[in-house]
Design a protein around this ligand. Structure first.
Ligand code: NAP
Ligand code: MG
Length: 501
């Protein structure tokens, strides 16, 4: 075993060929085709996975529909479903290290980041397990037409049905469970299409779902490509809901396709999130906070704080501080515990980020630190800070999805808010200040779904997460997270006073 490889049990597990998980059983793809999965730190093939296509999506949707119609899941007593979801959380605890190592091998992220992400999935599973026994409708006393007609009315909250879950590669197990936990809590049956670049942790989790007692057909996992498996799931007439995380462009395409049967759609999309540092901020908090707000997970985070605005007096000091911080970060393989920055997910993503670095220079921006790829194997890029930018530049407007920060000095509060909001996105926003007044004033004016003050990117199962504007539709986590997988039914009962026999 080479130093810093996953433990042999994990490597052995990965080295097999992985099948599709449909109706509680492992199955080959109808076409018999498989595709390769690579370790982004080395570029090496680490696993082969069955390639699901339209016919496999059909089988998986049929299995989910059968499970739903037979009420295999939502027909169970809520206490029983809560026990099963809690048991799944306990199995995630038992397998936390393995799940984290699989995502490191698959995605390249540092092991500490992967372990943090698995920890947050355990919290989500427990949070939604607890919610299952609290789902209720309400009683209403409507007065209709005339008070002479006695009436009883209530609402019932029901699962939306069969849900398609389509997830990206930047946080494989995290983006799965943030959707799957509330979908199961709501009583839905699901078909999951993981990103073709990172399907392995979802497949591993399928075994844990079986062990926890999730009935066959309730969760089906069909790895494959977006244009084939993903599109078939979105187009499928028997799917009631799509919950998607990924790029804004794919999100828009999904909305157009979903119009065919008006399936419900939740979208967690891209961003170009602003981070604001006031002169009165504590530099020991603001500098590492703003730096890791963009460099964590090599910038491959939907809410990455990629646009920095600093009040003029502190601008030089803060930009220099973030640049020094960037230079001090250890770039390396995710399994090396010293690594703070892993590779980008693929050669394509590395080339995309590298081309933005060239574009920035061509547009006249100044590289303060970083600016090129790193090493001669794997898909590494240096953490980069650009100064001398303006709002018209592509590096300022477009989501790069890499470790690239653009910095702008600002003074006037109105300018600050206007510039921070000058984006088609609205996912995250950070504010560093010791003034309670400034913090709340600016938080009120930012057009973003998540505002973090003196600490960037905090998430919690109980706190809704999602975007304004082109960062998405709807929210995950919290009560909103389960609502996204529910329908409300209103029931009116006309009572008959004369019914006295
Ligand atoms: P993407 O195309 O949006 O992919 C996300 C997921 O959607 C993947 O599972 C993908 O399958 C699938 N997909 C693609 N086209 C589809 C379609 N027509 N119908 C249904 N599903 C479809 O994102 P990407 O290509 O991986 O990355 C491109 C850019 O998106 C990144 O550079 C980044 O800017 C952004 N991004 C944002 C997030 C986020 O968290 N907001 C996450 C990932 C990427 P495949 O596996 O075949 O691609
Ligand atoms: Mg794509």
């Amino acid at each position: 075993m080479a130093l810093h490889d996953p433990n042999p049990q994990v490597s052995d597990y990965l080295a097999g060929t992985h099948q599709l998980f449909i109706d509680g059983a492992w199955q080959d793809a109808s076409s018999g085709e498989t595709f390769e999965v690579h370790d982004p730190a080395t570029g090496r093939c680490i696993a082969r996975v069955a390639e699901g296509r339209a016919a496999d999506i059909d089988r998986a949707v049929a299995a989910a529909r059968r499970a739903f119609d037979e009420r295999r899941w939502h027909g169970l007593p809520p206490e029983r479903r809560a026990d099963i979801l809690w048991k799944l959380a306990e199995l995630f605890e038992r397998e936390a290290r393995t799940l984290a190592e699989i995502d490191v091998a698959d995605n390249g992220m540092p092991i500490a980041f992967a372990e943090w992400m698995v920890g947050s999935t355990i919290a989500q599973l427990k949070y939604y397990a607890g919610m299952i026994t609290k789902v209720t409708g309400r009683n209403v006393s409507p007065s209709i037409a005339s008070d002479a007609v006695p009436m009883h009315a209530y609402t019932s909250v029901e699962p939306v049905g069969v849900a398609g879950i389509i997830i990206p590669w930047n946080g494989p197990i995290g983006t799965l469970i943030i959707k799957l936990a509330p979908a199961l809590a709501a009583g839905c049956c699901v078909v999951v299409k993981p990103a073709e670049l990172t399907p392995l942790s979802a497949l591993y989790a399928a075994n844990l779902m079986n062990e926890a007692g999730v009935p066959p057909g309730v969760v089906n996992i069909v790895p494959g490509f977006g244009k084939d498996a993903g599109q078939s799931l979105v187009d499928h007439a028997d799917v009631d809901k799509i919950s998607f995380t990924g790029s804004t462009e794919t999100g828009k395409a999904i909305v157009r396709s979903a119009a065919a049967n008006l399936k419900r759609v939740t979208l967690e999309l891209g961003g170009k999130s602003p981070v604001i540092v006031f002169d009165d901020a504590d530099p020991d908090i603001a500098i590492p906070g703003a730096a890791m707000g963009i460099f964590a997970n090599t910038g491959q985070v939907c809410f990455a704080g990629s646009r920095l605005f600093v009040q003029k007096k502190s601008y030089d000091k803060v930009v220099a501080g973030i640049s020094d911080f960037a230079k001090s970060l250890t770039i390396g393989k995710g399994m090396d515990p010293a690594s703070q920055i892993g590779p980008l997910i693929s050669a394509g993503q590395r080339d995309k980020v590298a081309s933005y670095l060239e574009t920035g220079v061509r547009e006249g921006a100044e590289i303060v630190t970083g600016g090129s790829t790193h090493g001669d194997h794997g898909f590494f890029v240096q953490p980069t800070v650009f100064a001398n930018v303006d709002a018209s530049m592509r590096i300022v407007k477009e989501e790069i999805f890499g470790p690239v920060l653009v910095a702008t000095p600002v003074d006037d509060m109105d300018d600050l808010v206007r510039m921070a909001n000058d984006t088609r996105y609205g996912l995250g926003a950070g504010i560093y200040t010791t003034s309670v007044n400034k913090a709340h004033l600016v938080a009120q004016k930012l057009r973003a779904g998540n505002v973090w003050i003196n600490g960037y990117g905090v998430m919690h199962a109980a706190m809704p997460f999602g975007g304004f504007r082109e960062s998405g539709w709807g929210r995950e986590n919290g009560l909103e997270g389960i609502s996204a997988f529910q329908e409300t039914k209103s029931v009116f009962i006309t009572l008959n006073e004369n019914d006295r026999a």
